[in-house]
Design a protein around this ligand. Structure first.
Ligand SMILES: Nc1ncnc2c1ncn2[C@@H]1O[C@H](COP(=O)(O)OP(=O)(O)OP(=O)(O)O)[C@@H](O)[C@H]1O
Length: 223
C-alpha cells in the first residue's frame, strides 16, 4: 500500500462534546473507501476536516510522504483534495463553464481547459447537457456535473458526501459506475454514505465511525 494521507490522534470537539477521537487514519493512494456510521456520528465532519473546511487537533500528519500540519491547512492538500457536496452549488452559467471554472481560476491555458472539459463531459455522460443551465438539471445530472467538475482537477483525493442520496434507478447507477473509473485513474475516493450498493462495490474498503473512533474493515473482494 502506498500511503497518501496518514493522521495520528485526530480529535474533534464541538463545545465540550468530543465527536471524533481517531488513533490512526490511513488513506492509501488509488483506493476507494466508504465512510459509514449512524446519523450524527461525524461522517461529514471528518470529510470537512480532511478538506480543510473544519478545524481539528491532530498529532503527526503526512500527506504524500511529507509531514504537514492540519492548521493552517496546507497548500499541498488544498491543491490535491476536492470535496463534493451532497447538493453541489453551481453558477448560473452553462454546465461546461461550471466544469471549466476550477481550471480557469488555477490559470490553466484556455485550449487545455477546453480539452479537459470535453473529456470530462464525455466521461460523465453529459454531452447533451453541455449548454444547459445547472439550476434546471435533475439531482442525478447535477451530481454527474459535480463529479466532472472535480475530475478535471485530477485530485489525489476526492471526498464525496452522500453521492447517491436522493437518487434512484438509472441516475444512481450512472453515478455509481463513475467511481471505479476515478480510482482507475489514480484518485483515492472517500464516500460518506448509507448506500448498500456503494458499500458493496468490489475493491472498496469500509471505514466505520462508532462512538468517535474509526473501525477499519476488510477490502471487498473483486468479483
Ligand atoms: N458547527 C457545529 N457546531 C456544533 N455541533 C456540530 C457542528 N457541526 C456538526 N455538529 C454536530 O456534530 C455531529 C456530527 O455531525 P455530522 O454532520 O458530521 O454527522 P454525520 O455522520 O455526517 O450525520 P448524517 O449521517 O446525519 O449526515 C452532529 O451531532 C452535529 O450536530
Amino acid at each position: 500500500m502506498t500511503a497518501l494521507l496518514t493522521i495520528h490522534n485526530l480529535q474533534k470537539k464541538f463545545h465540550q462534546r468530543q465527536l471524533l477521537n481517531i488513533k490512526n487514519l490511513a488513506i492509501a493512494a488509488a483506493q476507494a473507501y466508504v465512510l459509514t456510521g449512524a446519523n450524527g456520528s461525524g461522517k461529514s465532519t471528518l470529510m470537512r476536516i480532511l478538506a480543510g473546511l473544519e478545524s481539528a487537533d491532530a498529532g503527526e500528519v503526512k500527506f504524500n510522504n511529507e509531514a504537514v500540519n492540519l492548521s493552517p491547512y496546507p497548500r499541498t492538500m488544498r491543491d490535491a483534495i476536492v470535496y463534493v457536496h451532497q447538493h453541489p452549488v453551481m453558477f448560473s452559467t452553462s454546465v461546461a463553464d461550471n466544469i471549466a471554472y476550477g481550471l480557469t481560476v488555477r490559470g490553466v491555458a484556455k485550449n487545455i481547459v477546453a480539452e479537459k472539459v470535453e473529456e470530462a463531459i464525455e466521461w460523465a455522460g453529459i454531452v447533451h447537457l453541455r449548454k444547459s443551465i445547472p439550476a434546471f438539471l435533475s439531482g442525478g445530472e447535477k451530481q454527474r456535473v459535480a463529479l466532472a467538475r472535480a475530475r478535471v482537477l485530477s485530485p489525489k483525493l476526492l471526498l464525496l458526501d452522500e453521492p447517491t442520496a436522493n437518487l434512484d434507478g438509472a441516475a444512481r447507477e450512472q453515478v455509481i459506475a463513475l467511481i471505479p473509473t476515478l480510482v482507475g485513474e489514480g484518485s483515492s475516493v472517500i464516500m460518506a454514505c448509507h448506500d448498500r450498493d456503494l458499500i458493496a462495490l468490489p475493491g472498496v474498503q469500509r471505514l466505520k465511525i462508532r462512538d468517535g473512533t474509526l473501525e477499519v474493515k476488510e477490502i471487498n473482494l473483486h468479483h
